[in-house]
Structures are given as structure tokens and as C-alpha cells.
Design a binder for this molecule. Structure first.
Ligand SMILES: Cc1cc2nc3c(=O)[nH]c(=O)nc-3n(C[C@H](O)[C@H](O)[C@H](O)COP(=O)(O)OP(=O)(O)OC[C@H]3O[C@@H](n4cnc5c(N)ncnc54)[C@H](O)[C@@H]3O)c2cc1C
Length: 534
């Protein structure tokens, strides 16, 4: 029997980790990871899980015969759609105990098939979980545990085309299931680019980005996918919503704004008109080290408020620099870059450098400081691969991200790290280093992104998972308590509900619930995510 049998047309994926089955760490990466695992005092992970180690419940319902040929009940497909890529998702696979596995995975070929599936699911009480690349880190694609007759993971990979390019308005109509690299490949012949590059770019889709309000390439101005959305099309159990293509509008609450961030709870985003751009031809970048994080933050704030709008403007604190082995590996480092398709940007870089020097920043001189940016980009893109063997070895590796206004940031930065360190000490009995980088920045505040890794408590992976839950509860509580948002770009899913329910006024949440009931009267769309009962 073929244990990787799949109806997917894409390269077979790891259900227990990041990337494709055939991916592997390079020898030098493997030794860095082995060193990190040894530093945590744990043994290397055993072999990753294989399909034969799981016994799956037979599907509880059968799909209608007319739709049957787009449904897969292969164990490999079902395991690959049982969760996303959060620490909890991965460790539960390494434990060989995913909490829920969808009864079926459905690969609709077009929008008409999606309408038919939603009609059937609504009448049969079957939950439908829209699935893009499955890179959710907040429990966004996990099937619900109860209150449904069965669950179907609706994988949109066959909606993978750039359908039309409007050169005059410089916009493109793109299908919801199109993966990041495929969007760029199809836009390239037109000399265009979407320029939305989240770290998960290779394994995430346009529909997933819109449904989660993903954060991408640009550190200032167009920080979220929201800024590139011109109009959207969403199929709901109650009908299809098509918003109008408009460059801007003041006509009441914006329909696209309700679809952005809807996390599959209202319907399926099948396509969107996106604002695209000329490919950049002019670039300038430099990296700067600082003696203190305070000085680096002062520079970052002045830069954010200068009106220069660098495309890249990322600040790594001392712990992050050491962890990512970037620059001199001890000093807070600011990576700044400008790009344009239209004009040279060196003059902007000179102005930015003056602001930074005024705040005590010192330019890194290796190849114009380019090495620090390259080193960091490489680690950044490979990090998800490093994480898998660490998770299997019993190390808890996680991140959380937020945004907060500048006036609150100094206290926020120290209080959040102290609260989370205290939680880690309490549940793991170990001191953890919590590193921080600022991924996006606004005139009124930064978006900090925290990372930590710590050996789980005695008791194997189950104890590590229980400890992670306590740490996650502490980080959720801390970011909201000290003035931040529960999420700047990772979405709400299930894992951020505790903070979201505080952040959004209760009358507004109940209004959203009414909207959900209008779009999804049977309550089958991704139950438990974002709003409504867990
Ligand atoms: C290693 C790693 C790095 C990451 N880096 C970033 C980053 O840089 N920036 C960032 O913002 N996020 C990042 N994420 C989180 C994740 O990649 C984003 O949330 C991404 O937008 C999810 O896209 P996806 O296609 O994988 O969606 P999925 O994970 O498949 O789904 C996410 C949510 O959207 C819903 N959904 C998916 N497709 C549709 C659709 N067509 N219609 C309606 N609902 C839909 C799902 O039901 C679910 O609720 C990262 C995750 C990982 C694991």
C-alpha cells in the first residue's frame, strides 16, 4: 500500500513539519540544529512519524455521489489537513496524537463545485474548513472536535491561476488557492509583482493571506495584504458576495474589510483583484549596530515618523542577533532598505543614515553591511526547517507577535518578556531567552515579534505540550494587558481567542456573530475559529 497516497497535485508535504517530504537540512544546518538540541540537554528526536503509525476513524458520512470524485479519504491527505504549523500542531503529530482529523479532504476544481459542497455540508451539518497552504499558526485549519456530523477540509489548491491582468489600472485577478511562488511566476511575464512575501510565502496562498490579513515584505506603509486588495469574491452558504473594483470608496463600512480577516468563518474567498506593482529596479540598503536597544528604538521611531518609508526596516534585539547569528552577534541591529521601480533611492538611504547616525547607529561595513541582511534572510527562511527536529526532541519553540504604540513600547518590551519568562520558569523550571525583532513599523508604533525556545519539563512531549499551553496563555494575557494587540498578522484562529475576546468590544463581536449567521445559517463554516462557540 502507498502510504503517501494523495489527490493533491502538489509535491507531497510533511504532515509533521514544514515543507515537502523530500526537503532536508544541509549538513551544516543539521549540525547547528544538533548543537542547539544538545545545548538544551535533550537527546535528538527519533524518526519523524509515518502514516502507518496512525489509526484514523473511518469517515462518518459519505459525500454525495455526484461530488465524490473530488473527495479524498486517504490517511496521508487527512493527516496533512488535520492542523496547521503551530508548535502545538507539530508536537501533536510527533506524539502521533492529532486531536481531530477531517473525515474527508475535498479538492474542488472550481467555484461551482465549492457552491455544491457548501450546499451539501449545510444540509448535512458537516463542518467545512477552508484550507489554503495550511500554514496557520493559530489553530485556524483544525477540524472542530464536536457539534458537527463530520468535517471536510476544503483544499483550494486547484484554484491556482492569475486569471486576468489589467495593465492600465495595474491590477490582477488571482484565484484564492494560488500559492505565493505561483502568483509571482504568473505575474513575471507581465513585468509585475504582488510583492507580498511572508516568511511562509512558499507554502501559503492568496486566499489564506486575505482570510488572515497576513503581513508581508514591506516594513512600512503596505504592511498587510489588506493594502493590495482591490476587490474580493467570497462564496458563502447563503450566496456569493462580489465586491466592486474601486481604487477607493467612502461608501459606508467597506465590504472588503469584513471579508479580510474572516478566517473561513463566513465563506470561501475564491478570487480577488489585487493591486500589483512594477518590479523594483533601484535598491539601496545598509545595516547599523547600536550599543543599546533604547537607542535603536529611538532611531526606528524617528525613521518611522520621517516620511521616508523604507521598504525594509527591521530591528533585531541583542538576543535575536545572537540567536540568528547575524552581524557581530551581540549588538541590536537595524536592517534598512529602500526599493523602487521608478527612481534611484540612494538619496533616501543617505537621509535615513543621517537619522540613524544621529541616534548612535554605526553602519556595518562588510560589503556595505549587506552580509548582515543576507545572513538574517537565510536564517529567516530556513528557520521553520530547523524547528521540526527540535520539536521532536522535546524543545518548545514558539513565537508570538503584536503591535503597540510608541508611548507604551519601552514598558511593554520589558514587561511582556518578564511575564513570559516567569511563565516559562514556572512551568518548565528553566530560564529561557526571549528574543525580539520588530518586523513592521508605523509612525505611531512598532510591531514586535518575540521568539523563545526552552526544554520542556520532564514527562516527554505530552508535558511539553501542556507547558506550551500555559506559556501561550501567559503570552496572550501579557500582550493585551500591557497595551498590545493579540495579533499583528498571525490571525486569531483558536489560539488567540482569549485575547481577541478582550480586544474587540463585545457589542461588535455579537454584531460579527450576526453577520456569520447571515452568511452561514447552519454554522458549518470553520466552527470555533474567530467568533462563536469554541
Ligand atoms: C514558518 C511560518 C512563517 C510564517 N510567516 C508569516 C508571515 O511572515 N506573515 C504572516 O502574516 N503570517 C505568517 N505565518 C502564518 C501563516 O502563514 C499566515 O497566516 C498565512 O496567511 C496563512 O495562509 P495559508 O494559505 O497557509 O492559509 P491556511 O493556513 O490554510 O488558512 C488560514 C486561515 O484562513 C482560512 N482560509 C484559507 N484559505 C481561505 C480561503 N480561500 N477562503 C476563506 N478562508 C480561507 C482558513 O480556514 C484558516 O482559518 C507563518 C506561518 C509559518 C508556519
Amino acid at each position: 500500500m502507498n502510504h503517501t497516497q494523495t489527490m493533491s497535485q502538489r509535491p507531497a508535504r510533511r504532515f509533521w513539519g514544514w515543507g515537502a517530504l523530500q526537503d532536508h537540512l544541509l549538513a551544516e544546518e543539521a549540525s547547528v540544529v544538533a548543537e542547539a538540541i544538545a545545548a538544551h540537554g535533550v537527546d535528538p528526536a527519533g524518526p519523524p512519524p509515518v502514516v502507518q503509525e496512525f489509526t484514523l476513524r473511518p469517515p462518518r458520512v459519505a459525500p454525495p455521489a455526484a461530488l465524490g470524485d473530488m473527495f479524498s479519504a486517504s490517511a496521508f491527505d487527512r493527516l496533512n489537513h488535520a492542523g496547521g504549523k503551530s508548535y502545538a500542531d507539530l508536537v501533536r503529530m510527533w506524539m502521533r496524537q492529532p486531536p481531530e482529523v477531517p473525515d474527508w479532504v475535498c479538492y474542488p476544481p472550481d467555484e461551482a463545485a465549492i457552491v455544491a459542497v457548501l450546499d451539501w455540508a449545510s444540509s448535512a451539518g458537516v463542518a467545512v474548513v477552508p484550507y489554503g497552504g495550511g500554514s496557520s499558526v493559530v489553530g485556524g485549519v483544525e477540524p472542530p472536535a464536536q457539534s458537527v456530523a463530520a468535517s471536510v477540509s476544503l483544499d483550494l489548491e486547484r484554484l491556482d491561476r492569475v486569471i486576468e491582468v489589467d495593465r492600465v489600472s495595474r491590477a490582477a485577478l488571482i484565484e484564492g488557492g494560488t500559492y505565493g511562488p505561483d502568483i509571482e511566476t504568473q505575474l513575471r511575464p507581465h513585468g509585475l509583482t504582488l510583492r507580498h512575501f511572508p516568511q511562509s510565502f512558499a507554502y501559503s496562498t492568496l486566499g489564506g493571506w486575505i482570510a488572515t490579513r497576513a503581513g508581508g515584505h514591506y516594513a512600512t506603509l503596505a504592511t498587510h495584504i489588506d493594502d493590495f486588495v482591490e476587490s474580493t469574491r467570497m462564496v458563502t452558504p447563503a450566496g456569493t458576495v462580489q465586491t466592486r473594483r474601486l481604487p477607493g470608496s467612502g461608501a459606508g463600512p467597506a465590504p472588503d474589510r469584513l471579508i479580510l480577516g474572516s478566517e473561513g468563518a463566513f465563506g470561501v474567498i475564491t478570487r480577488a483583484w489585487m493591486r500589483v506593482q512594477e518590479r523594483p529596479r533601484f535598491r539601496a540598503g545598509r545595516n547599523f549596530r547600536f550599543d543599546t536597544m533604547e537607542a535603536a528604538c529611538a532611531a526606528l521611531r524617528r525613521l518611522a515618523q520621517s516620511g521616508l518609508h523604507p521598504s525594509n526596516c527591521r530591528l533585531l534585539d541583542a538576543a535575536e542577533v545572537a540567536f540568528a547569528r547575524v552581524g557581530d552577534r551581540v549588538s541590536p541591529t537595524l536592517i534598512v532598505a529602500f526599493e523602487s521601480a521608478n527612481h534611484p533611492v540612494d538619496a533616501w538611504m543617505v537621509l535615513a543614515a543621517e537619522i540613524i547616525a544621529d541616534c548612535g547607529g554605526v553602519a556595518l561595513l562588510d560589503h556595505g553591511g549587506a552580509r548582515a541582511a543576507d545572513e538574517w534572510r537565510t536564517v529567516f527562511l530556513r528557520m521553520p526547517y530547523y524547528r521540526d527536529p527540535m520539536v521532536g526532541a522535546g524543545v518548545i519553540v514558539d513565537t508570538f507577535e503584536t503591535a503597540v504604540t510608541w508611548d507604551q513600547f519601552p514598558a511593554f518590551y520589558s514587561e511582556v518578556r518578564a511575564s513570559v519568562a516567569e511563565a516559562i520558569q514556572r512551568v518548565c523550571k528553566r530560564v529561557a531567552i526571549i528574543s525580539c525583532r520588530i518586523t513592521h513599523v508605523y509612525p505611531d508604533g512598532p510591531a514586535p515579534y518575540f521568539s523563545y525556545s526552552v526544554r520542556g519539563p520532564e514527562g516527554g512531549l505530552a508535558s511539553a505540550l501542556a507547558a506550551w499551553r500555559d506559556i501561550k496563555a501567559a503570552s496572550n494575557a501579557a500582550v493585551v494587558q500591557f497595551g498590545g494587540t493579540i495579533t499583528h498578522h498571525h490571525a486569531v484562529g483558536r489560539d488567540h481567542r482569549s485575547g481577541y475576546d478582550i480586544e474587540v468590544p463585545s457589542l461588535m463581536r455579537s454584531a460579527y456573530l450576526d453577520v456569520k449567521r447571515r452568511f452561514d445559517p447552519a454554522g458549518v463554516m470553520n466552527p470555533g475559529v474567530l467568533i462563536g462557540g469554541l
